[in-house]
Design a protein around this ligand. Structure first.
Ligand SMILES: CC(C)(COP(=O)(O)OP(=O)(O)OC[C@H]1O[C@@H](n2cnc3c(N)ncnc32)[C@H](O)[C@@H]1OP(=O)(O)O)[C@@H](O)C(=O)NCCC(=O)NCCS
Length: 160
């Protein structure tokens, strides 16, 4: 697996799984009907540093971004987002993207990283915990999960 900076041409290969994941409405607090144009702005906007994970054949397995979570005096705290194509899940791309993003954020001088809205039922909570994040708090009954009903959103953080 190779992790590299995304190019604008990569979007066409990110969008199919981006749409599938957001339309499932069980992990991201984004409109399940988000248009491709709006999705591109959310994922690849100018403030975002975007990566893709590719397999040996050049297929895009997943993508991640890192961006300042706040502005001005708090711009040293990063935010990141992660999506792995469900057809390629469970093969280590998510963990590899996580480790890569943490290293890139540290190299870019960020002091810490925060996830603003991790659905508490998402198995990714275990992945983030294993990568050193802790739950700072949970907004209760914030997310209408299609199968679990109203569930909390964790704010997760780690120092870099
Ligand atoms: C979360 C996500 C990025 C993980 O990517 P992935 O490539 O499947 O993850 P990996 O194969 O690297 O697995 C990482 C670890 O998480 C665990 N894990 C990941 N997804 C899991 C799932 N659905 N159920 C159970 N465990 C899971 C794995 O067991 C693995 O543990 P290990 O490294 O100790 O063996 C991916 O499932 C995804 O895109 N989900 C939808 C979007 C999302 O939830 N993004 C994160 C928002 S906070």
């Amino acid at each position: 697996m190779l992790i590299r900076e995304a190019t604008p041409e990569d979007w066409a290969r990110i969008w199919p799984f981006w749409h599938r994941i957001v339309a499932a409405a069980d992990t991201y607090a984004w409109d399940p009907d988000t248009s491709e144009e709006d999705a591109r702005a959310l994922w690849m906007g100018p403030a975002k540093r975007v990566f893709v994970a590719e397999d040996e054949a050049g297929s895009v397995l997943g993508s991640a971004y890192v961006t300042p979570n706040y502005g001005g005096p708090a711009a040293g705290i990063a935010n990141a987002g992660f999506m792995v194509d469900p057809d390629h899940a469970g093969r280590g791309a998510g963990r590899a993207l996580g480790e890569h993003v943490l290293a890139a954020a540290r190299a870019d001088g960020y002091r810490g990283m925060v996830f603003n809205a991790v659905v508490e039922t998402n198995p990714a909570v275990g992945l983030w915990t294993s990568l050193g994040f802790t739950v700072l708090g949970t907004v209760p009954r914030a997310f209408e999960h299609p199968r679990h009903g109203l569930v909390g959103l964790h704010i997760m953080y780690r120092d870099l």
